[in-house]
Write a protein that binds this ligand. Structure first.
Ligand SMILES: Cc1cc2nc3c(=O)[nH]c(=O)nc-3n(C[C@H](O)[C@H](O)[C@H](O)COP(=O)(O)OP(=O)(O)OC[C@H]3O[C@@H](n4cnc5c(N)ncnc54)[C@H](O)[C@@H]3O)c2cc1C
Ligand code: SF4
Length: 511
């Protein structure tokens, strides 16, 4: 029996999968519900985005509109308000799933039918595994927001990788089997090239529009244009998921943290961009991964590692954004106030000689994507060491990455990477010297600096930067017992004074 279509669903550009349609009890596209999509030009004029990010978002929205055909009213306007005011009567009433930024949430909640704009019914958020109220209940009742505790609860609640009440294999966490350095002497992991989309006439139209907007001076971008590398439709996202589970998931765990210059994707899923566009639901990805394990196609360590990223880390980051309050992104516990240098804003990889940093910046410039470790241990680590302002760095990450959205920035950048929340997210700062990068990558052997050298021409800016960071922040970190050994360690350095002078001089110049 055909169901009655509900109110028209207003979809934001990151709510593009079938699970953003239908009612709260049984989300899913019933093939009937009318839809409104508003392409707001202001989103692209307000911030200078990576060219490939702007392309991906527009391509995904227009692909969704094409899929929905006559069911979709697609508006191209300057602002959301202008789009809503232009909606024909037959498109009302409207409902929307709670959006992913505070700004958008404030907007939809303000729409109560007074004034010129229509009222909008706001439904709970979708696209995350744990509902917001469940997180709040847990967080209110716990002393420390430990990700590991949250993750175990989610495993139980969704019955993922469980044997009754116990985790499959008897352990919740198989990190000790993962996180290996790259294979010795290898240039790549030897995996098949990941699935890539084929651009179509929608991409052609998007490219022409972006070229025109840029030529007209309406918008400007960072980064280079290039063939679209990430899924922009549900069909593409499912193909990318299949490809990952079949060819890369088995190798995901062991080299999760490793970097090889000749292997930009390693065994990563590259699914954050389509997932953050709402094209995939994390639980369906978890389900596919678990099936691969149960069928004997992928080892438990890799599958557990991947599941942890999704219903653990991704959800946790989402919830901290809402739970920690709107001033979280303004926190600056280490009082880091240096502005980001222009070469960094411009993604000028060629200005940088430090091989690890140049390589990471090149990845961002050319693709708008590098994996977790270059983000955390190269780009974020360098910013932390140099005392760059965490708010500015947050804006940099958000605009430069194809998968960057407001919600994902707060806890990842302000919390995890910059320790600007004073330790809510991580018990100690993710600061490390060249030794870590040397162990986990093949960068150092071709670099003009040496990871073991602290002072002089060959001094590695990460190694020297690490000690400078500790020395500069010694007072602020002295109460943290996990930092005691590192802080004490600096007193054993005979060249500490010279090092501090050298690094002050280097400051934020391209190393
Ligand atoms: C400083 C910094 C900035 C980051 N910025 C973003 C960002 O803008 N957007 C983004 O989606 N992720 C971000 N991350 C998290 C993580 O680096 C990316 O999700 C991941 O690299 C995306 O590549 P992938 O899909 O191949 O991930 P995989 O390595 O295949 O991981 C699997 C999935 O887990 C999820 N995930 C894992 N860790 C996180 C996390 N910490 N936060 C959110 N999701 C996570 C992603 O959906 C990802 O697709 C950031 C991390 C750091 C330290
Ligand atoms: S020597 Fe230092 S700067 Fe060069 S690649 Fe290694 S860690 Fe990076």
């Amino acid at each position: 029996m055909a169901t009655t279509p509900g109110p028209t669903r207003w979809l934001f550009g990151d709510q593009l999968g079938p699970h953003f349609l239908g009612d709260t009890e049984s989300p899913g596209d019933d093939g009937e519900q009318p839809v409104v999509l508003i392409e707001s030009r202001k989103v692209f004029t307000r911030r200078r985005f990576h060219r490939q990010k702007a392309h991906l978002i527009l391509s995904a929205m227009r692909h969704r509109a094409a899929e929905l055909g006559d069911r979709c009213t697609y508006l191209r306007t300057d602002t959301y308000g202008e789009g809503l005011a232009r909606l024909p009567k037959k498109a009302l009433p409207l409902s929307v799933c709670s959006p992913t930024s505070r700004q958008a949430e404030d907007l939809v909640r303000s729409l109560d039918g007074s004034g010129d704009l229509p009222a909008v019914e706001v439904l709970p958020a979708r696209g995350y595994a744990t509902p917001r109220e469940d997180f709040r209940r847990w967080a209110d009742g716990t002393r420390q927001l430990l990700m590991e505790d949250f993750y175990r609860r989610a495993r139980r609640a969704h019955d993922v990788l469980m044997d009754g009440a116990e985790p499959v294999g008897g352990q919740w966490n198989l990190d000790h089997e993962n996180r290996e350095p790259p294979p010795k002497g290898a240039d790549d992991l030897g995996l098949p090239h990941p699935w890539m989309p084929e651009e179509d006439e929608i991409d052609e139209e998007v490219r022409a529009d972006l070229d025109r907007w840029e030529a007209d001076g309406d918008v400007s971008f960072v980064g280079r244009d290039g063939p679209r590398a990430f899924a922009a439709s549900r069909t593409e996202a499912l193909a990318a998921l299949d490809d990952f589970v079949d060819h890369r998931l088995p190798a995901f765990g062991p080299h999760e943290d490793a970097i090889l210059e000749g292997d930009e994707w390693m065994a990563h899923s590259m699914l954050s961009a389509p997932m953050n566009l709402g094209l995939l639901d994390p639980l369906e990805c978890v389900d596919r991964a678990e099936r691969a394990y149960r069928d004997g196609d992928a080892p438990l360590a890799s599958v557990e590692g991947y599941v942890r990223q999704l219903i653990g880390w991704r959800d946790y980051i989402w919830h901290v954004y809402w739970y920690a309050g709107s001033d979280y992104t303004r926190r600056n516990a280490l009082e880091a106030h240096e502005p980001l240098p222009q070469w960094f804003w411009d993604l000028d990889a060629d200005a940088v000689e430090a091989r690890c940093l140049s390589h990471a910046l090149r990845g961002v410039r050319d693709r708008g994507w590098v994996h977790h470790i270059p983000r955390l241990m190269v780009l974020g680590n360098y910013a932390l060491q140099r005392g760059w302002d965490p708010g500015e760095l947050t804006r940099w990450f958000q605009r430069s990455f194809v998968d960057g959205y407001d919600w994902v920035m707060a806890a990842n950048v302000v919390g995890m990477s910059q320790h600007a929340d004073g330790g809510l997210m991580a018990t100690k700062p993710y600061a490390s010297g060249g030794a870590y990068i040397n162990r986990m990558s093949d960068h150092c052997r071709g670099c003009r600096y040496k990871p073991t050298v602290r002072v002089g021409e060959d001094a590695c800016p990460f190694t020297a930067g690490y000690w400078w960071f500790l020395d500069r922040n010694a007072k602020r970190l002295e109460g943290n017992f996990r930092m005691k050994r590192a802080l004490d360690g600096r007193h054993r350095l005979k060249d500490l004074e010279d090092l501090v002078v050298q690094e002050r001089e280097r400051g934020s110049e391209a190393p």
